[in-house]
Write a protein that binds this ligand. Structure first.
Ligand code: ARG
Length: 581
C-alpha cells in the first residue's frame, strides 16, 4: 500500500467513527512547507450530513488513530486536514528492508499498443513519441506487477504494398531500377526505405505499365498468390529490420514477438462485417458498408460513418481495429488496453470503443484507453520537418542528439576523468537519454518543441541533469570505499534537508501508481527531478563522508536509497545510467 492509501484509510476510519461514512477521503501530496499531505473529503461529508465542516474536521482529528504515522493533524481552511508525518515513520519507510517499489495487489493484464509504424515507409519523428511513451509505461506497469502484452500493430497491408513489391521485384531483376535506396546483391537490403518508397511512387505515377502490374500485385496479395506473398514477406522483413535497428538504438524493448501486424487480422475481417450485419448495425452508403452511431455527428449534425468495407470489397483500418479489440478482449484476456497513438486519431478510437462494446467485440469490463499525444514541433513552432520540408527520419534525429551530447561533453573534457572512449559511450547515453526525457517529461497531450540545446544540458529538467545527479552518488560511494556494513539499515532524519529527502524517497510508489493509472509518464519525471534537487540540497548542507559514526551511516543510507530510486526511475523511463560523467 502506498503512503497516500495508508493515510486515506486512516482518515476514512476516523470519518466512519464520526458517523460520516458515505465518501472516501482524498489524500493529496502537499507542496506547502507546513504539511506533507492534505486530506479533503471532510467538507463533502459535512455538507451531506448537515454539519459544519470545521466541526466535523475537529471531530475527525480527535477520532483519528494516527499516532504511529503523524506528528500533527491540523484543520486547514473549510474542512481540509493537514498531515505532517513523523520523522521515524518516514525513516522506517526508507529502511533497507522496505523495497523501493512493490507490486500492487490488483495485478492486471494490460495490452500496450505502441510504436505501430506503417511499414511502407521509414519510421519518422511522428512515431518516436508513441515508441518512447509506450515503452516507458510498459516498464512501469511491469514493475508494479502487471502482466504487460506489448502489441506492435504495424501497418503492413493495403494498396501501397502492391507498388512496393512490384518495384522490389524489378530491382531484384534489374538493379538499375534501384538507384534510390535499393541494392541487388546477395544480402539485399533497403538501406533507404524512404527513397525506395519515393522511387516506387514516382514509377507508379509515371509508368502506366508499372501501375498496372502494381494493381495486379495487390489482387495477387489479397488472393494469396504465392509469389506475391513471398515478395511481400521479403519487403516486410526488410522494413521490420529498420524498426529493430531503431528500437535497439533507443533501448526500446519491442521485439519481433510483439509484432501483431494488421495483416494478422486478415482472415477475421469478413467475420467482423458479418457480426455487424447480424446485429443490424450495418448500412450501405454509396456502395460501402458503414455503421452510423448516434454519438458521432459532424458539425451540421449529420451522422458520421464508420466505413468497414469499401465498394470493391476491401476492408479498412477501422475493420482491422475492431478485429484487434476482439482478439485483445477474448484471446489475450486483457483487463486494460492502452493505445499510444497521435491525438489526431481521437475520433477514430472513440468510434472504435463505442462500436466494439455495442457489437460485443469488447466486453463491458475491459478498459479501452486511447492515450493521445501531441505533435513534435521544430524551432519555428511548426511540425518538425527537414530544411527542405521533408519528414525527419528518426535515425538522423538521434545522430544529431548524439553529436550535440558529444559537444557538451567535449566542452568539459578537461575537468573530466573520462577517456575518449568512455566519453563516446557517455555521449550516446546522454544524447539518446535526453531525447527520450524531453518527450517523457512533458504532459503528453501537448505539442512540444524539439530543442536539442535545451534538452542536452546539465542545467534544468533534463536527462543529463538526472544522469549526473545519479553519478554524484555512485562516485561518492566509490570515493569513500563504502561497504554494506558502513550503511545504516534505517536512516535517522534530523536536519530539515534529510527529512525533505526522506519524504520524497517514500513517495516513489504512489507516483508510479498514479503515472500508470493515468498513463502519464511525466509524473515520474517531475518526481525524479524534484528528488535530484532535494538530494543536491541535502548534499550541500549535510556532509556525508566526513561525518562520523551513526550520522555517517545514516546519511549513507539516505544516499543509497536515493541512488536506488534514481536508477530505478531512469530505468523505467528507458534512460541509461552511467558510472561517471
Ligand atoms: N499504423 C498507425 C499509424 O501509423 C498506428 C496504429 C495504431 N494502433 C492501432 N491499433 N490503430 O498511424
Amino acid at each position: 500500500m502506498n503512503i497516500k492509501q495508508l493515510l486515506s484509510q486512516r482518515i476514512a476510519a476516523a470519518l466512519n467513527a464520526c458517523g460520516a461514512t458515505d465518501a472516501p477521503p482524498v489524500v493529496n501530496n502537499s507542496k506547502r512547507p507546513e504539511c506533507d499531505y492534505q486530506a479533503n473529503g471532510v467538507m463533502g461529508a459535512a455538507k451531506r450530513s448537515g454539519r459544519k465542516p470545521q466541526e466535523l474536521a475537529a471531530e475527525v482529528i480527535a477520532a483519528a488513530q494516527m499516532d504511529d504515522i503523524a506528528e500533527s493533524l491540523e484543520i486547514a481552511g473549510p474542512g481540509f486536514i493537514n498531515i505532517r508525518l513523523k520523522a521515524d515513520f518516514i525513516a522506517s519507510h526508507c529502511a533497507k528492508t522496505n523495497p523501493t517499489v512493490s507490486p500492487v495487489a490488483n495485478s492486471q493484464r494490460v495490452v500496450v499498443d505502441y510504436s505501430s509504424p506503417n511499414l511502407a515507409k521509414e519510421m519518422h519523428v511522428g512515431h518516436i513519441r508513441s515508441t518512447i511513451i509506450g515503452d516507458s509505461l510498459s516498464r512501469m506497469l511491469e514493475t508494479l506487477g502487471h502482466t504487460v502484452i506489448r502489441q506492435n500493430h504495424v501497418g503492413d497491408w493495403g494498396t501501397q504494398f502492391g507498388m512496393l513489391i512490384t518495384h522490389l521485384a524489378d530491382v531484384q531483376a534489374k538493379p538499375e531500377h534501384g538507384s534510390d535506396g535499393a541494392t541487388a546483391d546477395d544480402e539485399f537490403a533497403l538501406d533507404d526505405l524512404e527513397g525506395f518508397y519515393r522511387a516506387s511512387k514516382q514509377r507508379y505515377d509515371a509508368e502506366p505499365e508499372f501501375a498496372q502490374r502494381a494493381r495486379e500485385a495487390v489482387v495477387g496479395l489479397q488472393s494469396g498468390d504465392a509469389d506475391a506473398r513471398a515478395l511481400w514477406q521479403r519487403f516486410i522483413d526488410l522494413s521490420l529490420a529498420h524498426c529493430d535497428a531503431l528500437y535497439a538504438r533507443l533501448g526500446v524493448k519491442l521485439t519481433r514477438a510483439d509484432v501483431q501486424a494488421e495483416s494478422a487480422y486478415n482472415d477475421k475481417l469478413e467475420g467482423v462485417v458479418q457480426r455487424l450485419r447480424e446485429r443490424n448495425l450495418l448500412e450501405m452508403s454509396e456502395g460501402a458498408a458503414c455503421v452510423f452511431l448516434d454519438e458521432f455527428k459532424n458539425k451540421n449534425g449529420d451522422p458520421l460513418p464508420i466505413i468497414v468495407q469499401k465498394t470493391d470489397g476491401g476492408y479498412l483500418y477501422a475493420t482491422t481495429d475492431l478485429a484487434a479489440i476482439d482478439y485483445r478482449t477474448h484471446e489475450l484476456a486483457a483487463d486494460r488496453v492502452l493505445y499510444l497513438v497521435d491525438v489526431r486519431q481521437s475520433l477514430h478510437f472513440k468510434q472504435m470503443f463505442t462500436l466494439a462494446r455495442l457489437a460485443g467485440f469488447a466486453n463491458q469490463e475491459i478498459s479501452l484507453e486511447h492515450l493521445p499525444f501531441g505533435t513534435m514541433l521544430g524551432a519555428d513552432g511548426k511540425p518538425f520537418k527537414t530544411r527542405d520540408g521533408g519528414v525527419v527520419k528518426l535515425a538522423s534525429l538521434l545522430d544529431a542528439a548524439e553529436a550535440q551530447a558529444t559537444k557538451l561533453l567535449d566542452a568539459r573534457a578537461e575537468r573530466s576523468e573520462l577517456s575518449a572512449e568512455e566519453r563516446a559511450q557517455v555521449a550516446k547515453a546522454v544524447g539518446i537519454g535526453a531525447v527520450k526525457y524531453a518527450d517523457l517529461s512533458k504532459n503528453r497531450t501537448t505539442d512540444y518543441l524539439f530543442d536539442l540545446e535545451q534538452m542536452i544540458s546539465f542545467e534544468g529538467d533534463t536527462a543529463p541533469y538526472l544522469q549526473y545527479a545519479h553519478t554524484r552518488i555512485t562516485s561518492l560511494f566509490a570515493r569513500g570505499d563504502i561497504e554494506a556494513s558502513d550503511i545504516a539499515s534505517t536512516p535517522i532524519l534530523v536536519e530539515a534537508e534529510e527529512r525533505d529527502l526522506g519524504l520524497a524517497l517514500i513517495r516513489m510508489q504512489e507516483v508510479l501508481e498514479q503515472a500508470v493509472s493515468e498513463g502519464y509518464p511525466h509524473y515520474l519525471c517531475t518526481y525524479l527531478y524534484d528528488l535530484a534537487t532535494r538530494y543536491s540540497r541535502f548534499y550541500e548542507s549535510c556532509p556525508v563522508l566526513t561525518s562520523e559514526g551513526e550520522m555517517r551511516a545514516s546519511r549513507l543510507a539516505l544516499c543509497e536509497r536515493c541512488e536506488q530510486t534514481l536508477s530505478l526511475g531512469l530505468e523505467l523511463l528507458g534512460i541509461e545510467t552511467v558510472a561517471r560523467m
